[in-house]
Design a binder for this molecule. Structure first.
Ligand code: GCU
Length: 609
């Protein structure tokens, strides 16, 4: 009997997705699996022999993790005809763009949170003496990767790259790459269940099939030694059977050529010196990048690297030995206009150009590692960067799984960006309530970061305890552990209204640089009224005028600031009808690119800084 649909297919689809959404919220996913070990991160994938796997991928929604069971969706039927039993079929499934969050690609996926299987079929002709890796710029949040039906890797963490070794699984001709993605927020996650940004799920950044020789240059660091303006200190790491190799570093423009020999683990330190003259150190005014090449008998990797030093002296941050004021702004990894996860240099450039127009020499890439294009584009544009891992609000400080996850994301962030001259601060956390467990957790991360990379500064965005009286301060036991004391302050928005700003002054007794990592107020672009009316552009502009006056007159000297935030951004915590409508409205620019009055107040202040 022909089934006559009672409701329109659109209505049916909406009901179906609503039901799926409910199921997804209740379905728990236990995905304890043995995981092939992830290879340490391949440095600078775009300089390698790459085949892009970006493009149209088929997808299957799986809110009940049906495909996770033993005959999972990664096992496609070998014989496929009219008698074959099957209840899923990638070849007739809908498609999505990768990279890209699924939420903003289809209306019915906007609020989907759960599991999805994505497939890319590709032709390949593997060579016997080569090794093959698939590199993911990021997958939010939990990914399991299969090649030709065989599990090749698993990764947790939505904002850092990872690569899986697929040498043994690739075959001649047709190949199948299938990725299970689950973006369900987890109590033991990093970040955890609640945060003030939109949970964009999916393969949100680039996917590359990398071809390497049997032994190749896996990673390297070529940067100035801490405290030096001439000594280059770094290392190179080879991966493969013949790990002990000669590696030659060349920087032609500086007439540097040095050969080192890696040990049996494939490791060698690099120590050489910049010439005494005719060197342009990297800075916002001179964002000079040099072509740096590392080569062995079988592999060559080229990068564009800048050389600069970043240090502190008392309340000052010194760039190349000179005090610098960090004229910054905070940014989320969300594209202007379309408001989805950014994955391209051009969309990164849109936001960074606005930051430049504001008068910035610095940005806080909140609250998680942004895409690599954002960091590299900022480096080319002469914009300094604060990068951070999403230890945001109340994560499970006592949970060893949470710590391992956080540490892994931190290590992947450092590994990916350790050669970027513009990255000057690694941030450990944002607004984390002080407890012994939190202090122990973050202290371990601080120690790890210093051991991995002592050439950059360490900070974290701290909360303030006092809120009642009029002399405000910052009292966080982590102040003794970081290089730069950063704090978020919302006097005039969460703490009273604009009139309160005039009543307060600050006293912060610490002999370290101070950064205001957040300050801000909300406004709807185009909403005008009296400056006493919240959400008007006039209120937000008055907030900035009063706050900047307070900074000038009633706050100890600060080394920089990153007001919250450049652009309005999606957040499920912001549901005030006709005002927020699912967006955090503290942007100086609306999500559609309209500059608010406060943009020009801050711009004028930066101009005189
Ligand atoms: C917090 C938090 C931000 C948030 C902001 C706000 O300080 O760090 O992630 O968006 O304040 O409330 O708008």
């Amino acid at each position: 009997m022909k089934h006559t649909p009672i409701f329109s297919s659109h209505f049916q689809n909406s009901v179906r997705v609503a039901v799926l959404f409910f199921i997804a919220l209740t379905a728990t996913c236990s995905y304890a699996q043995t995981t092939p070990s992830l290879l340490p991160l391949i440095q600078n994938p775009d300089s390698r022999h790459c085949q892009t796997l970006d493009g149209r991928w088929s997808y299957i929604l799986d809110p009940m993790n049906n495909g996770v069971s033993k005959n999972g969706y990664f096992k496609e039927p070998t014989v496929d005809n009219k008698t074959t039993f099957k209840e899923y079929d990638f070849s007739t499934s809908p498609m999505l763009n990768v990279p890209g969050d699924w939420n903003t690609q289809k209306a019915e996926l906007m609020n989907y949170e759960g599991s999805m299987w994505l497939k890319k079929a590709f032709l390949f002709h593997p060579q016997p003496d080569k090794r093959y890796f698939i590199y993911f710029g990021a997958v939010n949040y939990h990914a399991v990767v299969y090649v030709n039906g065989i599990k090749v890797g698993e990764h947790i963490g939505g904002f850092t790259p990872f690569n899986v070794d697929v040498t043994s699984q690739l075959k001649e001709g047709d190949n199948s790459l299938i990725v299970w993605v689950n973006d369900t927020r987890e109590a033991d996650g990093v970040p955890t269940l609640k945060y003030d940004w939109f949970n964009y799920g999916g393969i949100t950044r680039k996917v590359r099939l990398i071809t390497e020789p049997a032994t190749f240059i896996q990673t390297y660091k070529v940067q100035l030694q801490k405290g030096s303006l001439r000594q280059i200190a770094g290392y190179v790491k080879i991966d493969g059977a013949s790990a002990s190799q000669s590696v030659t570093l060349t920087i032609p423009e500086l007439k540097i050529k040095q050969t080192v020999t890696t040990n049996n683990e494939g490791y060698a330190t690099i120590n050489t010196e910049l010439p005494a003259k005719n060197v342009t150190l990297w800075s916002p005014d001179t964002p000079k990048l040099y072509t740096v090449t590392l080569s062995t008998l079988t592999d060559t990797v080229t990068d564009k690297i800048g050389f600069r030093s970043i240090e502190t002296r008392g309340h000052d941050i010194l760039l190349n030995g000179k005090p610098i004021f960090l004229k910054g702004i905070s940014i989320h990894d969300e594209a202007a206009y379309r408001n989805g996860r950014i994955f391209s240099a051009s969309e990164s450039r849109t936001l960074l150009t606005w930051a430049k127009e504001l008068g910035c020499n610095y940005v806080r890439l909140a609250h998680y590692p942004h895409n690599e294009a954002m960091v590299r584009t900022a480096e080319k544009m002469g914009i300094l960067v604060w990068e951070e891992v999403p230890n945001y609000w109340d994560i499970q400080w006592n949970n060893p799984t949470t710590y391992a996850n956080s540490l892994n994301q931190l290590s992947e962030m450092i590994s990916r960006d350790q050669n970027r001259a513009n990255v000057i601060i690694w941030s450990m956390a944002n607004e984390t309530p002080q407890t012994e467990a939190r202090n122990a957790f973050l202290t371990k991360l601080v120690n790890y970061t210093r051991a991995q990379d002592d050439t950059r500064l360490i900070s974290m965005a701290m909360l303030r305890g006092d809120k009642s009286h009029n002399i405000l301060s910052v009292n966080d036991s982590m102040m003794s552990k970081v290089d730069v004391v950063s704090f978020n302050e919302y006097v005039g928005w969460y703490e009273g209204d604009n009139s309160r700003i005039d009543q307060v002054s600050w006293q912060i007794d610490v002999n370290k640089p101070l950064i205001i990592s957040e300050l801000g107020a909300g406004a709807v672009a185009g909403l005008h009224g009296d400056a006493s009316e919240r959400w008007t552009e006039e209120y937000q502009a008055e907030f900035y005028r009063k706050t900047l006056k307070m900074i000038d007159e009633r706050m100890p000297k600060i080394a920089g600031m990153t007001p919250w935030i450049l652009k309005d951004f999606r957040s499920p915590l912001r549901e005030l009808p006709r005002i927020q409508d699912g967006f955090n409205r503290k942007g100086l620019i609306s999500d559609q690119g309209q500059k608010k009055e406060a943009f020009y107040v801050l711009q004028a202040w930066y101009k005189n800084k």
